[in-house]
Design a protein around this ligand. Structure first.
Ligand code: DC
Length: 225
């Protein structure tokens, strides 16, 4: 049976560039599903930490294959539930981000998450947020966008986000953490963070979120409508 073709918008880029917020708005505007692939790595890390199996690749793979995750788009954030437990905030803490970035370097784990991610492509369409959506997971995506911004600008955005949530943060430390995360994500041997050859690269350093949203929507409309 020929499976129905599902349009995919792959949106990749480094940590803190604002992909999450853009994906949420674009998915809402198009009425499409959303895949926050980073949260799958974060959930695998959180779950493994709870079972003390972070250093056991076989167990990590088992966890990844069975991840019971649900995304629900709220107006200003993506709610994530894991086996019925609300983990939206728990997976966002820096410690989980660092663990996720470390385990994301394991090729077998990336492989284990591949089918899981592909399964999110359901009609009427999918907006996929990640590092390798356009290059590896959805290489045939009709529209691939790669967002970038300087580490300093991304740290500022992360700082504001944390402050808005009432979380204390230190800007110079955030810059260093982001640079370290970039280094890990871009130098790993399997699926490093790189723009797909046919991706549209948008440098958002001097753009507002409104401007980025409108640029992405203009491209989405011309591609999908
Ligand atoms: O997007 P995020 O910060 O939630 O992602 C957490 C980590 O997961 C990130 O440091 C790298 C990894 N990741 C990945 O390797 N591939 C993806 N498609 C998404 C995230």
């Amino acid at each position: 049976m020929k499976s129905e073709h599902v349009p995919v918008l792959a949106l990749d880029g480094p940590s803190g560039v604002g992909k999450g917020a853009i994906c949420l708005r674009v998915a809402a505007e198009l009425g499409w599903h959303i895949l926050d692939s980073g949260s799958l790595y974060r959930l695998t890390a959180l779950s493994a930490k709870r079972n003390s199996s972070l250093n056991n690749t076989l167990q990590l793979i088992e966890i990844a294959k069975k991840l019971d995750v649900k995304f629900s788009a709220e107006s200003d954030h993506l709610r994530i539930s894991f086996g019925g437990e609300e983990v939206t905030d728990a997976i966002r803490v820096e410690e989980v981000g660092v663990m996720a970035s470390k385990i994301a370097a394991i090729p077998e784990l990336r492989e284990a998450l591949l089918d899981r991610q592909k399964a999110f492509a359901k009609p009427p369409g999918l907006v996929a947020d990640g590092r390798d959506m356009g290059s590896i997971v959805f290489p045939r995506a009709e529209l691939k966008i790669f967002l970038t911004a300087s580490p300093e600008e991304r740290a500022k955005r992360r700082y504001k986000q944390l402050k808005d949530k009432g979380i204390d943060a230190n800007l110079p430390e955030l810059v260093i953490e982001l640079q370290e995360r970039d280094r890990r994500d871009s130098t790993r041997a399997t699926s490093p963070l790189v723009a797909a050859e046919d991706a549209v690269i948008i440098d958002t350093t001097n753009m507002s979120i409104e401007e980025v949203f409108s640029e992405v929507m203009t491209r989405a409309k011309s591609r999908f409508e």
